[in-house]
Design a protein around this ligand. Structure first.
Ligand code: TYD
Length: 200
């Protein structure tokens, strides 16, 4: 059975690098949120722009959900139907953490809006790379996007939400310490992920 595998974590956790390596190894479709479709690319630019206009929390949550609806319909669901694994750099769980907890819109509100947006198709496996804020901060680019500019309290709420979500569904979440080298993290992710996919 093809699996929908999401990579999650805070800013600078290394999930984009690890998602690309795993997708390659699995022959999976590699995709991302926001921005996994042509419409999503436009929404991503709107969502990350830190300078041009205000984006209110509810508008932000709905734009993330709109990106995701298009992404599920055009990329994720068709690939899975074809029998191809999907590796996604972020997923609906980012919205639970960032909009639900970070923006304090309520995780349950965000869960219900998004359950509709994703046609009820939640990731089968979540790989959560955990990196302390002090390490992650050193990995950030010089020019910061709208989320990277948020205060520490916002990012603490996001991390605590990811931790809670992981604890609630231990059978779905693989929590990996992301502070090691790229190779060390890749090895640990594979060690945990491979048996869940019936790979050696
Ligand atoms: P991403 O490209 O993964 O950024 P980074 O590599 O810097 O972690 O995601 C862009 C930003 O969008 C990131 O700061 C998290 C945020 N985001 C949300 O707030 N909600 C969401 O549902 C998603 C998918 C991303």
């Amino acid at each position: 059975m093809a699996a929908y595998i999401a990579f999650e974590g805070g800013e600078g956790c290394g999930k984009s690098t690890q998602a690309a390596l795993m997708a390659d190894r699995l022959g999976a479709v590699l995709t991302r949120e926001p921005g996994g479709t042509p419409l999503g690319g436009q929404l991503r630019a709107l969502l990350l722009d830190a300078d041009s206009y205000r984006v209110g929390p509810r508008a932000e949550a709905l734009l993330m959900a709109a990106d995701r609806a298009q992404h599920l319909a055009d990329v994720v669901i068709p690939a899975l139907a074809d029998g191809t694994h999907v590796v996604a750099d972020r997923s609906v769980y980012s919205s639970l953490a960032y909009q639900g907890a970070g923006r304090e819109l309520g995780v349950d509100n965000i869960r219900s809006v998004n359950d509709w947006a994703i046609y009820g198709r939640w990731p089968d496996i979540v790989v959560y790379l955990r990196v302390p804020r002090s390490v992650a901060a050193g990995r950030l680019p010089r020019s910061l996007d709208r989320f990277e500019q948020e205060a520490d309290a916002f990012h603490t709420r996001v991390t605590e939400a990811f931790d809670r979500l992981a604890a609630e569904e231990p059978e779905r979440w693989i929590v990996v310490d992301g502070t090691g080298t790229i190779d060390e993290v890749t090895r640990e992710v594979w060690r945990r992920l491979a048996p869940m996919l019936g790979e050696k």
